[in-house]
Design a protein around this ligand. Structure first.
Ligand code: FES
Ligand SMILES: [Fe+2]
Length: 452
């Protein structure tokens, strides 16, 4: 597929324009669009439908309407009524299904037309409605998210990834629509070297910490395919082959997600020029706060731009990623790239995505579909520090510095704009006030000791 299979030398590894287009198109009937339709896509939070019964959705280039009827069934249907094309986001829900506000035709969640008021009065025996359906896709609620399946039936199972089965965690869902194609966002999921530059080095400059030591540089990277995607492993200065970043690695989760152990970031194609970033974050609460349960998983939409400057927000980890993705152009022009050794993972992912898309085109089933209920009880993934998330820790562990790494975070570092009520709920769930009180009294005790 490439002009050359060498890396780091001339001639550069570049895609042809038609290959670039094949990777990025998501509409019905396109190569990648048909591949992506074989997987459940998270596209909204369950909580979004608590106070509204219909909502517009654009997904894989299709305009749709999500609804929740009075029985609690979800449906995802064509934006336009099959009668005379009225906007179904203004339809109303009933006990079972959705009724168009223009002439009252009613549809159930399979898309069947179940009532045509005037037709049934004027031609009661014609059963015109039996010949009418509205385009309709299955929707599932799982892990606080709403998922859509837009491929041929039967649908595979909604993946029950291991962290969805964990308990005693503060979970939150964060979404943002990004004005660029999804594939360049997903390429970031298999790009370990960017951490050192985009987050560590640029992040330090943004915080004006430019006099400190340079962040540890990457010495080795490695990529490996497994059943549910790719693992990428890295060794940076100061780390060894015993480090879990090498022995376990991180996951580029098939087909459109980054998984880092306790959070998922899906890059969901809205259309060829827009991507919905869907983040699912799990923070284990200290054992003093157990049992911890959430009635409703909180969710929020993060802002993209700084209102005072009109520039992209750059203060948080994922905002920095967004800056890189949109900076590549609405659709990255891969005919102009010069790929090097750091891009081995990107090259591998492009190749495998196109291969799997060809499998679908030939009538086959692509990788990473889950059909077996027993497997789906808990689908295990490579997880660094798994024991920490399952066994937990105490507030004393935090105060005495025994929690490892960034596992006990006092603020949300991934995206800017967390609403105050979610910040407050997080602090309470994590016992942060208690930790800070204990730290303050330890500090004053040691100051008193020093003064004596
Ligand atoms: S347009 Fe929907 S019922 Fe007529
Ligand atoms: Fe990143």
């Amino acid at each position: 597929m490439y002009h050359s299979n060498t890396v780091g030398g001339a001639p550069p590894l570049m895609l042809k324009p038609e290959q670039n287009r094949a990777l990025m198109e998501v509409g019905p009937g396109t190569l990648m669009g048909e591949l992506m339709r074989r997987y459940w896509m998270p596209f909204a939070a369950v909580g979004e439908m608590d106070k509204q019964s219909t909502r517009t959705v654009r997904l894989l280039g299709e305009d749709l309407v999500l609804y929740k009827d009075l029985s609690g069934n979800y449906g995802l249907v064509d934006r336009h009524c099959p009668h005379r094309r009225a906007d179904m986001s203004y339809a109303w829900v009933e006990e079972c299904g959705l009724r168009c506000n223009y002439h009252g035709w009613k549809f159930d969640h399979t898309g069947a037309c179940i009532h045509q008021p005037f037709e049934e009065v004027s031609h009661p025996d014609a059963r015109f409605k039996d010949r009418i359906t509205i385009k309709s896709y299955p929707v599932a609620a799982h892990a606080g998210l709403l998922w859509a399946y837009m491929g041929p039936l039967p649908a595979p199972l909604v993946p029950n990834w291991e962290p969805f089965t964990w308990s005693n965690g503060f979970i939150q869902i964060v979404m943002t629509e990004i004005p660029c194609n999804w594939f360049q966002c997903q390429e970031n999921s298999i790009d370990p070297v960017h951490f050192e530059w985009l987050h560590d080095s640029w992040g330090a400059r943004l915080r004006r910490q430019i006099d400190g030591p340079a962040p540890p540089t990457h010495l080795r990277i490695r990529f490996e395919e497994f059943d549910y995607g790719f693992k990428y492993q890295r060794i940076r200065e100061g780390q060894t082959e015993q480090d879990e970043l090498w022995t376990v690695g991180r996951v580029c989760l098939w087909p459109n997600c980054l998984f880092t152990g306790n959070h998922f970031e899906w890059r969901v194609p809205v259309d060829d020029e827009h991507t919905l970033s869907v983040g699912w974050f799990f923070d284990r609460v200290p054992e003093e706060m157990e049992p911890f349960r959430q009635e409703r998983i909180p969710w929020w939409y993060g802002p993209l731009t700084d209102a005072s400057t009109g520039r992209w927000l750059d203060s948080h980890v994922m905002n920095q990623d967004f800056v890189a993705w949109v900076g590549q152009g609405t659709v990255a022009d891969r005919t102009q790239e010069h790929l090097g050794e750091s891009d081995r993972g990107v090259i591998l992912m492009r190749k495998r995505m196109l291969e799997e898309a060809e499998v679908v085109r030939a009538g086959g089933a692509p990788k990473a579909l889950i059909w077996d209920e027993a497997v789906n009880k808990r689908v295990e993934l490579p997880i660094i520090d798994r024991d920490f998330f399952i066994s937990g820790f105490s507030i004393t562990d935090v105060v005495e510095g025994r929690t490892r790494g960034p596992r006990y975070s006092r603020s949300f570092v991934f995206q800017a704009g967390q609403p105050a009520e979610i910040t407050a709920a997080y602090r309470e769930a994590m016992g942060i006030d208690r930790v800070e009180q204990l730290e303050a009294s330890a500090t004053s005790a040691s100051a008193n000791g020093a003064a004596r």
